[in-house]
Design a protein around this ligand. Structure first.
Ligand SMILES: Nc1nc2c(ncn2[C@@H]2O[C@H](COP(=O)(O)OP(=O)(O)OP(=O)(O)O)[C@@H](O)[C@H]2O)c(=O)[nH]1
Ligand SMILES: [Mg+2]
Length: 627
């Protein structure tokens, strides 16, 4: 018999721990972050009560009231009122409040009670409330409001059993809302919240300045704040260059070992060349950067969960307003450094529809982790091939700043063209207290990211590598000369066609082909370069395949004998990768979030033309100047 599952929604103000509770109840690992707006879509999961009843739990985005204009806020309201298709009317709302902030958070709870839905109040973060000396009386609160009240600490999973007891069958009835009779409902709720707090929450007398306040005095300081921000960013980039060496070495040894294994156990032939040069070498040249990508995700996770990211947005607010955006747009942009897709999703917390469109449009220019393998291959070529060290970290940081600056510039122009806003702007960024990250969640999340990257390497990248290998191997000639074979192959012919088009940008036909293949996924560039420049790998070589590829590239010349990969051409390539939008999943999300394919196609065309234009101008002008 089909079980009759009841639907329970998790509602409340932003950043009160709804998703943490959702994860604890359902065993999921939905996104948690110490800032408002971590959740922007509905998440669904199941849990069982101690009596064995199955409940469907829905995590909602946080909202300040049920009247907010931003898409995430409207979604929360519609879900509560049962207006979301396929969801139906919820049977119960778990109203999550930050126990240390009851005066403000009770206001929304009262508004939710007024909707007539059965409600259970969940006082979360009792650890914080207790540490600040607050004395809570859940019993009293429950008597006054006539709804069950449970105190919990979601991140340590304390009080979950009591919570499940409170939602056992039959669900509590809808509470009445006698305060809601007056003329001005907002004021009535505020009054009610204050009197409830007077009864059920006793504050310690003096307001002491907390550790968070003391830290903020420095981190939000107009001068020191920026010094700290830039230092933090630099430290992040420096450490991904320096600390990743060791794990990269492991990946490289594994690759060498696998290559050797195949080489010794198979006869020379096409299949062996596919496995060794194509699959192990090509896919390996992307997988090698897994440590760096994980580290960047780790740091962004730390920034999000500690509460520093909200401070960075606060610092940025002034700068952002100069380009017609608000500090609220900074959070989505910052998460786009990890990946543009969650970044674009996060724009749902922006109130103004126009600002949101502009933010979506420029988000892919925040350099995402998929570009890292390309940067890591190319940057050392500017510096005679050595890896590591602060010069490279500075170049990498420079690339990020450069991409971001262009994004701001374009945002400014675009924002001006879209005209003034129809909704009132009120940038109110809440500064959350600093918190320790939830480590189990951080590592689960990281593991998920790493797995997604490896899956991509094993599917899209592997597929392209095999295609490339085939295009390069067939049709065959009788000639023994590899150059002649390449010219005769399908790939050689494609290169020859492409070459005149890409030559003005400083690329030869093979590099052009590699750039073309990377429209499937940016990382493919490395694998393609590896194959197209045909690096014979020596499994015993300590230096590894990257160095071998770079050496090969450094020795390539044009017909007239000049170096093919001189710094100017490397810069031209880098520029192309900073600007081009080579990510189909991003375009799909843009189409959905902006509400039309026109935006996605326009954005793709604009960014591709811009990228090619930038490479062209820089290469041509640079060549004229003799670089
Ligand atoms: N000290 C403490 N921190 C908690 C507790 N529960 C959650 N947190 C932290 O609070 C922050 C916000 O948690 P989330 O679960 O993302 O909050 P949310 O309500 O889903 O936030 P939005 O989706 O942005 O509305 C995170 O940094 C959590 O680690 C708790 O019981 N005690
Ligand atoms: Mg959430």
């Amino acid at each position: 018999m089909e079980e009759d599952t009841e639907t329970v929604v998790l509602a409340g103000n932003p950043n009160v721990g709804k998703t943490t509770l959702f994860n604890a109840l359902t065993g999921s690992s939905a996104k948690v972050g110490n800032y408002a707006g971590a959740t922007v879509e509905l998440k669904e999961g199941f849990t069982r009560t101690p009596h064995g009843r199955k409940l469907k739990i829905i995590d909602l985005p946080g909202c300040l009231s049920l009247e907010g204009a931003a898409p995430d806020q409207q979604l929360a309201r519609r879900a509560l009122l049962g207006e979301v298709k396929d969801l139906g009317k919820p049977d119960l709302a778990l109203c999550v409040l930050d126990a240390s902030n009851l005066e403000r958070h009770l206001v929304l709870a009262l508004e939710i009670i007024e909707t007539g839905l059965p409600v259970v109040l969940v006082l979360n973060m009792i650890d914080v409330a207790e540490a600040s000396g607050l004395r809570l009386d859940p019993q009293k609160l429950s008597e006054e409001l006539k709804v069950p009240v449970v105190a919990i600490q979601a991140d340590k999973q304390k009080g979950l059993l009591e919570l499940k007891q409170a939602i056992r069958h039959p669900l509590p009835p809808a509470a009445e809302a006698p305060w809601a009779d007056g003329e001005s409902p907002t004021e009535a709720r505020q009054q009610m919240a204050l009197s409830l707090c007077a009864l059920a929450a006793r504050r310690p007398d003096a307001h002491q300045s907390t550790r968070s306040d003391k830290l903020d005095a420095v981190l939000l300081h107009p001068v020191w704040g920026w010094v700290c921000f830039i230092s933090v960013m630099f430290a992040v980039f420096w450490s991904i260059f320096s600390f990743a060496e060791v794990p990269m070495g492991w990946v490289e040894s594994l690759q060498g070992w696998l290559g050797g294994l195949v080489e010794n156990s198979m006869a020379d032939g096409d299949l062996r060349s596919l496995i060794v040069d194509g699959i192990i070498g090509g896919v390996g040249s992307v997988v090698i950067f897994l440590p760096q990508i994980l580290m960047l995700f780790f740091f962004i996770g730390l920034l999000e969960s500690s509460g520093y990211m909200a401070r960075a947005a606060f610092l940025m607010d002034g700068l952002m307003s100069k380009v017609g955006l608000s500090g609220k747009a900074f959070l989505p942009l910052l998460s786009s450094y990890a990946c543009a897709i969650p970044g674009i999703m996060a724009t749902r917390s922006i109130d103004s529809a126009k600002e949101r469109l502009v933010t979506i449009f420029v988000a892919p220019w925040m350099s995402c982790t998929a570009r890292l393998p390309v940067y890591f291959l190319l940057i050392p070529m500017l510096l005679d091939g050595s890896e590591g060290g602060w010069v490279q970290a500075s170049i990498l940081l420079g690339i990020y700043v450069f991409g971001t600056a262009t994004a701001f510039l374009v945002a400014r122009i675009l924002r001006g063209r879209l005209g003034p806003d129809d909704v009132e702007q009120h940038f109110m960024l809440e500064l959350p207290p600093y918190r320790a990250p939830q480590w189990p969640y951080v590592f689960r999340h990281l593991f998920g990211r790493g797995w997604a990257f490896l899956r991509k390497a094993g599917t899209v990248i592997l597929g392209i590598v095999i295609l490339l290998w085939a295009a390069q191997t067939y049709p065959k000639t009788d000639s023994e000369d590899p150059a002649e074979q390449l010219a005769h192959s399908a790939m050689g012919r494609i290169s020859a066609v492409i070459e005149p088009v890409v030559k003005p940008l400083g690329f030869d036909g093979r590099t052009g082909t590699a750039v073309l293949t990377s429209f499937a996924a940016r990382e493919v560039f490395n694998a393609s370069m590896f194959q197209l420049f045909h690096v014979e790998e020596d499994p015993d070589d300590e230096e590894g395949s990257r160095a071998a590829l770079r050496q090969q590239l450094a020795s390539e010349t044009w017909e007239d004998g000049t170096r093919m990969f001189r710094p100017l051409s490397v810069i031209s390539l880098l520029l192309f990768y900073i600007y081009a939008l080579q990510c189909l999943p991003t375009s799909a999300v843009v189409a959905r979030e902006a509400g039309s394919w026109k935006w996605a196609v326009g954005q793709f065309a604009f960014m591709t033309v811009f990228a090619a234009g930038a490479s062209l101008v820089v290469y041509q002008v640079g060549s004229l100047l003799g670089f």
